[in-house]
Design a protein. Structure first.
Length: 366
C-alpha cells in the first residue's frame, strides 16, 4: 500500500484548508497509508478526531511564526518524511505550500501544492503572492479550486499544459441527505460565513440597507461568527435594520438551515470555491452572488439557477433581490434548475480525480 502525506501549516485550528485535508485523508485511507503532518501546533492537539490508522506528526509543537518554521522546520520535516518512507506529499494551503515548497526541494518524491484560495485574489499583496509562487514553482504540480484560478496560474507563470489542474471540493453528504423541497412562498434570505473582511458582511449590510429603501418586508438570516461580528452588529443597529437582519450565530448543523429560505446570497470580496453556494444548490435555492474573481461563476449559471451581480455593486444586489422577492414564479424556475449540474461537485466524481492524480505519480506505469 502506497504511503501518502498531507501537510498543513497548523492542524490544531479549524479552517477551510484543514477541513479539506481531513476529508481527503478519511476518504483515501482505505486505499493508501495516510500521514498528516502539521508544521506547527498552536493549540493542545489536532482540531480533528483522527482514526487510529492515520498517523499524525507535528514538526514544531508550539505556536511559531512562519519565519521560524522556515529556519527551523526543514531538517526535522525531511527526516520525518524519509523515516516514514512516504511516496508522495500534498501541501494543503498557501502557508504549507511556502514552507513545504522550500523544505521539500531535496525530497526525491512527488510533491503537490494544493492552493485552497485563488491566485488573483491577492496578487497585489506581496506576501500572499510569494507564498503561492514558491509553493507552485517548488512542487511538481499545482491543484486549484476553479478553472479561473487554473487559467490565472498559466497566464502568470507560463507553465506547460498539465502543470496546473482544477479539482473542486466535494459537498458534504449530510447536506444532500438533509435537503428539503423548495418553498416558493418563503421570502427569507440566507447567508452564512465567517465575520471577516474578505467575506463582505459589510457589503451585506449595505445591500440590505438599499433593499430596505424598496421594501421593509424581508428577513435576512445570517449564520456565522468572527472578529467583525460586533462591528457588523453595530452597523445593523445604526442602519435601523434590526428587524430585517437576524444574526443567528454559529451552528454545527448548517445542513438544517437551508430549509425554508427563498434564496442564498453571497456578498464576499473574494473566495476560492465558495462551497456554501454548492450546498445551497443542493437545497434547490436560487443563488445570488457578486461576480468576483474566482468561484461563483463556476457554480452559478447566470439566468438559469441564479444571478451574478457586478462586484460590490450593492445597489444592483438590492435591485435583483427585490425583483426575486416580488416574483415567486421566477424563484421557482431558478430553483428547479439549481440541482441539474451537481454531479461535478459529488464526492464520487472528485475523489476519483484525486485518485487519478495520485496514481499518475506513484504508479506511473498503470
Amino acid at each position: 500500500m502506497k504511503k501518502i502525506g498531507f501537510v498543513n501549516f497548523d492542524m490544531s485550528v479549524r479552517g477551510g484548508a484543514q477541513q479539506v485535508l481531513y476529508n481527503m485523508a478519511l476518504a483515501l485511507r482505505k486505499e493508501y497509508e495516510i500521514t498528516i503532518i502539521s508544521f506547527i501546533q498552536e493549540k493542545d492537539a489536532c482540531a480533528y478526531e483522527l482514526p487510529e490508522d492515520i498517523d499524525y506528526e507535528v514538526i514544531l509543537p508550539y505556536k511559531a511564526r512562519i519565519r521560524e518554521v522556515i529556519t527551523k522546520a526543514g531538517k526535522p520535516f525531511r527526516r520525518y518524511v524519509k523515516d516514514k518512507q512516504l511516496d508522495m506529499v500534498f501541501y494543503v494551503g498557501a502557508y504549507a505550500g511556502l514552507c513545504g515548497g522550500i523544505h521539500g526541494r531535496r525530497l526525491k518524491i512527488p510533491r503537490i501544492f494544493c492552493d485552497h484560495g485563488a491566485l488573483l485574489n491577492q496578487w497585489n499583496e506581496i506576501p500572499a503572492r510569494t507564498m503561492r509562487t514558491l509553493g507552485s514553482r517548488f512542487t511538481d504540480k499545482t491543484v486549484v479550486l476553479t478553472k479561473q484560478s487554473e487559467n490565472a496560474y498559466y497566464e502568470k507563470f507560463h507553465y506547460k499544459k498539465g502543470r496546473v489542474i482544477t479539482i473542486y471540493n466535494w459537498i458534504d453528504e449530510r447536506i444532500k441527505r438533509a435537503a428539503a423541497p423548495y418553498d416558493p412562498d418563503s421570502t427569507k434570505i440566507l447567508t452564512a460565513g465567517r465575520f471577516s473582511k474578505e467575506k463582505g458582511m459589510d457589503l451585506l449590510v449595505d445591500s440590505a440597507a438599499a433593499l430596505a429603501k424598496k421594501t421593509k418586508d424581508f428577513v435576512w438570516e445570517v449564520y456565522g461568527d468572527g472578529d467583525m461580528f460586533p462591528e457588523i452588529q453595530e452597523r445593523i443597529r445604526r442602519e435601523g435594520l434590526d428587524e430585517n437582519i437576524r444574526l443567528m450565530g454559529l451552528t454545527d448543523q448548517m445542513e438544517a438551515c437551508y430549509k425554508g429560505h427563498s434564496m442564498y446570497v453571497l456578498t464576499s470580496y473574494r473566495e476560492g470555491l465558495p462551497l456554501v453556494l454548492v450546498e445551497a444548490k443542493a437545497n434547490a435555492l436560487p443563488l445570488v452572488s457578486f461576480d468576483i474573481v474566482s468561484g461563483p461563476r463556476e457554480i452559478i449559471r447566470e439566468g438559469e439557477d441564479g444571478k451574478l451581480i457586478p462586484p460590490y455593486d450593492t445597489e444592483k444586489m438590492a435591485e435583483v433581490i427585490y425583483e426575486l422577492l416580488k416574483k415567486p414564479e421566477e424563484r421557482l424556475r431558478l430553483s428547479k434548475n439549481s440541482t441539474k449540474n451537481m454531479e461535478k461537485f459529488s464526492k464520487e466524481t472528485i475523489l476519483s480525480q484525486w485518485k487519478d492524480l495520485i496514481e499518475q505519480f506513484v504508479n506511473p506505469s498503470r
